[in-house]
Ligand binder design. Structure first.
Ligand code: MV4
Length: 495
């Protein structure tokens, strides 16, 4: 493998190309017309425009992307996350074209893409699952019989769904017929597949996932867990590793269950197995994500493993470069997704221009970003503009580091989730580790955030530049006395 085409954009395209560069592998970026001026386009050795802004006309054009790979002499394609990353047809088309897909086989993607097939496969390996069905529901009578047996409330889930799409809570038998009809018709229109199944509804669980890697020789390792319970509308906002609630025994059991799920579909590459964890630390298999995930960085920070490097290594057909015994958890890592969203206004996407953009620096701070100062945040794609990742020796150290880094992070022009993140990690439930997937619902109110208005900010910015010019005027005088001013205008301008 000497040249990789990255079929993605933004921070994850940068992430993949950085490792490729370290490995002496050339890179090809593909980009939409909206992304022409993005850093990832410049960073690549070559870049090819593949169409207009709309994803369907650019980043989702599998055949076009394969054609560009051939034209540029790339011998492998990395799909990143989102877009074509979990498209079994794309994995197959890449392989059929004689190229290497840096990810799992079409077979694994397809099997795990069907939640029913995934549960059937996992069941053979005795992976714990929420009480429910592993077959598509035949009719309402069968649904009533099963729901009556496991007890309400239950969830109806679409087999082709995932990530929270196509789920319905049913509180009692009277609701069942109507909810099932709606679930099936939604699933049919969203996924072209109306198969649904039932699970007992676990109220306020934690969402904990296991990172794993497999090679093409049947070797597997798990790289411990990520706690992803702080989320909103199935969008994660804060992730951490390790989780503050697992014991070494449960961690090991979950890791081994995750590897069993991977084995059940002959998986290779990087993958993540999602579990629900209840208040008694029972864990249940939910689904498997057959891609590198957004939050892979926290695993890299605590394990010292470059997951993209290892993806490339196993895609080349090599054995895993480390074994389970080589892996240990070192310290603690937190990640905050910096999204162009307004936490004061229901986390609605906030598009606009990054008038000012200065990421934080210093020991233990990693920023994976994809934009730079002066750029517009396009409306066509995910609103995540960066990931702020920190590493500390302890969880407390990591929390304090995250707060320090948020204070240094200087963004103007758009609202972001930075101030939400600082609030969240300082709450008592987060500090004590006593939280679940309902954290935001239960604890967050917009008024808890700094209520800086736009105009207050403008005043602050003016005041800031006034202080700055004052300091500059004073510099020569002060320098002769040897006294340096410590006044900073930083705080005034931050948002
Ligand atoms: C559940 C559940 C409770 N009980 N399944 C949402 C995402 C998808 N992967 C599965 N999800 C859930 N499945 C049972 N049997 C609650 C959720 C859920 C959830 C899971 C993880 C993280 C956040 C969540 C938010 C709402 C619901």
């Amino acid at each position: 493998m000497q040249k990789i085409l990255v079929a993605n954009r933004g921070e994850i395209a940068m992430r993949v190309m950085r490792t490729a560069k370290e490995m002496g592998i050339k890179t090809v970026a593909v980009f939409s017309e909206a992304d022409r001026n993005m850093p990832f386009v410049r960073y690549a050795d070559e870049a090819v425009c593949i169409g207009p802004a709309l994803s369907a006309q650019s980043y989702l054009r599998g055949e076009k992307i394969i054609e560009v790979a051939k034209q540029t002499g790339a011998d492998a394609i990395h799909p990143g996350y989102g877009f074509l990353s979990e498209n079994a047809g794309f994995s197959k088309a890449v392989t059929d074209a004689g190229l290497i897909f840096i990810g799992p086989s079409a077979y694994s993607i397809e099997m795990m893409g069907s939640k029913i097939a995934a549960k059937q496969a996992a069941k053979k390996f005795n992976v714990p699952m929420v009480p429910g069905t592993e077959d598509p529901l035949k009719d309402v009578a069968e649904a009533k019989e099963i729901a009556g047996r496991i007890g309400y409330p239950i969830l109806i889930k679409a087999s082709a769904g995932g990530g929270g799409k196509g789920m319905r809570v049913v509180n009692n038998e009277a609701e069942l017929e109507e909810q099932m009809r709606m679930a099936k018709s939604e699933a049919l229109s969203a996924f072209g597949d109306d198969a649904v199944f039932i699970e007992k509804y676990v109220g306020a669980p934690r969402h904990i996932e296991i990172q794993l890697m497999g090679d093409q020789h049947g070797n597997y390792v798990y790289l411990f867990e990520r706690e992803c319970s702080i989320q909103r509308r199935h969008q994660k906002l804060i992730e951490e590793a390790p989780s503050s609630c697992l014991t070494p025994d449960i961690r090991k059991a979950m890791g081994e269950s995750a590897v069993a799920v991977a084995r059940s579909c002959n998986y290779y590459g990087a993958g993540t197995v999602e579990f629900l964890v209840d208040e008694n630390l029972n864990y249940y298999f939910l689904e498997m994500n057959t891609r590198l995930q957004v939050e892979h960085c926290v695993t890299e920070m605590i394990s010292g493993i470059d997951l993209v490097r290892e993806q490339i290594n196993v895609a080349r057909g090599n054995k895993l470069s480390f074994s389970q015994e080589d892996l240990k958890i070192n310290g603690h890592s937190l990640e905050l997704r910096v999204c162009a969203e307004d936490p004061m206004n229901n986390f609605l996407p906030d598009t606009g221009k990054l008038d000012m953009y200065q990421p934080p620096k210093g020991p233990g701070v990693r920023v994976d970003d994809g934009y730079e100062q002066g750029q517009d945040i396009p409306i066509f794609y995910d609103p995540m503009i960066a990931k702020l990742v920190v590493h500390g020796n302890t969880r407390d150290e990591a929390i304090n580091k995250l707060c320090r880094a948020i204070d240094e992070y200087y963004i103007q022009g758009i609202s972001t989730t930075l101030n939400f993140g600082k609030w969240a990690v300082q709450t008592e439930p987060f500090r004590s580790g006593n939280f679940d997937t309902k954290f935001i619902e239960k604890h967050f109110k917009p008024e808890y955030l700094n209520t800086d208005s736009e105009s207050a900010e403008e005043v602050a910015a003016l005041l800031g530049s006034y202080i700055w010019s004052k300091e500059k005027q004073q510099k020569s005088a002060i320098n002769s006395t040897g006294i340096a001013s410590q006044t900073s205008n930083w705080k005034l301008k931050r948002r």
